[in-house]
Design a protein around this ligand. Structure first.
Ligand code: MTE
Ligand code: CO
Length: 423
């Protein structure tokens, strides 16, 4: 592929100086050139000819009809039945760092539980001084906190262990969302119940038909876990665990039990289905990695990408993407447009929050020749996102979970992008 990478270099500087020096003239290099008068300017548009809807037309606001393609999508061949399935966040349509509530991917093992908040109870039992049962009203009398955290399913990018498969960052990386949660520190509830000295683990259990449960070490439970009832300011959506879910910052999504109904304190893990036969990685030597909770640093370029090709032709081009780490923040992301021959530091933009998604940009002048795009995240511990082959060398090829390898998009002369792997 060597010969196709000629004279490609980033040109944020030339784009910016052009804009500053030439003013409106520089815009012409980005926008359409001169020619026939633009009907969008010189003709009356229909929306100027009649009055719009009044304020009460949409008591709960919805996106413009022109954004109807911005939706969660599933991959039919991935699961046999929508009841125990997954859909994906349209990362390529989003910007900034917050995932809108209606676009947060969903993963259910037994469908969406239809919980009545008045009848819902959260129980704490096991190795505690005082077994307790809370109503939603009780919970709302504890001090609350607000935090933005990403939730990534451990199976995100799982299909890519076997090679480039799914054509779109929605499908390769869309089992993630990043939301501001309002909730009560789990520590406060556990302190209320009084954890006995031999209480070393908790088991968290959902009220859904799957009754999904996981074991969590008491140190994490006492650290930053939240009993959340709001997401992005409004009540949790039913698909995200209404009326209450557990938030386990930086740890695999499976532990963030939705429709949370019970917390049992014990002296050892429960070895539940979801931490034995699932969410465990079988290595080449026949042993398995278990209790791999923390999500390693990862990033993906969301634009351009297979669902978001370059449609404007050569010239100034905005590359953007997201990065995150279960261990802290992302101070730096590198990007390459030539398959790793040259790496450039991307521009981070927006808040850099602990265990949250981060946004990066890289502006360059596309000369119209093919591109091989990659991003590489560095987290605040100094960890650097590995290549897929570096991961395979250690974990073998049986894995499903915890694939945080570098993603490659190939972009052809027409700007069409495709999921590929380069060694
Ligand atoms: N909690 C319950 N009660 N039931 C479930 O099926 N799925 C888990 C977790 N919590 C699940 C659950 C999995 S595997 C993931 S990745 C996350 O919820 C997904 O959260 P989301 O649907 O808000 O994206
Ligand atoms: Co999951």
């Amino acid at each position: 592929m060597d010969k196709i990478f000629k004279g490609m270099k980033p040109s944020r500087r030339s784009f910016l100086t052009g804009a500053a020096a030439a003013g409106a003239g520089a815009v012409a290099t980005v926008a359409k050139g001169q020619g026939a008068p633009d009907p969008a300017i010189v003709e009356q548009q229909p929306w100027r000819t009649f009055l719009g809807e009044g304020v009460d037309a949409y008591p709960y606001g919805m996106p413009s009809e022109h954004e109807a393609h911005v939706i969660r999508r599933s991959v039919p061949w991935l699961t046999a039945d929508p009841i125990s399935s997954v859909n994906f966040t349209p990362l390529h349509e989003l910007d900034g760092i917050i995932t809108p509530n209606g676009l947060c991917f969903e993963r259910h093992h037994g469908g969406i539980a239809e919980v009545d908040p008045v009848e819902h109870r959260l129980m704490i039992n096991g190795l505690v001084d005082k077994q307790m049962v809370f109503t939603m009203e009780d919970l709302k009398r504890f001090p609350r906190e607000n935090h933005v955290y990403f939730l990534e399913c451990a199976a995100n990018s799982g299909m890519e262990w076997a090679g480039a498969q799914l054509n779109g960052c929605q499908f390769t990386h869309g089992m993630i969302h990043n939301v501001m949660y309002t909730g009560i520190p789990l520590r406060l509830l556990l302190e209320e119940a009084g954890v006995k000295t031999n209480g070393k683990w908790i088991m968290v259990e959902g009220a859904d038909a799957a009754g999904m449960n996981r074991s969590i070490p008491i140190e994490k439970a006492m650290d930053d876990c939240l009993i959340a009832f709001k997401m992005n300011g409004e009540a949790l959506r039913p698909e995200q665990g209404y009326p209450v879910r557990l938030v386990v910052p930086g740890w695999e999504g499976n532990m963030w039990v939705k429709w949370l109904r019970r917390i049992e304190v014990g002296d050892q893990p429960w070895h539940a289905r979801e931490e034995t036969s699932k969410y465990t990685d079988l290595l080449e030597n026949g042993t398995a990695r278990r209790f791999t909770w923390e999500m390693d640093a990862k990033s993906v370029i969301t634009n351009p990408s297979p669902q978001a090709p370059i449609t404007h032709g050569p010239g100034p081009t905005v590359l953007t993407g997201v990065a995150w780490s279960g261990r802290g923040t992302i101070p730096r992301v590198d990007v390459t447009i030539d398959g790793g021959k040259n790496w450039y530091q991307a521009r981070m933009s927006g808040p850099s929050l602990n265990k949250s998604m981060h946004r990066f940009y890289f502006e360059f002048d596309w000369d119209g020749t093919p591109l091989l795009l990659q991003s590489r995240a560095h987290d605040s511990t100094g960890y650097v996102q590995p290549t897929k082959n570096e991961l395979r060398a250690i974990r073998g090829e049986n894995s499903i979970y915890h694939n945080n390898g570098i993603q490659t998009w190939y972009v052809n002369e027409q700007g069409i992008a495709e999921n590929v792997e380069i060694s």
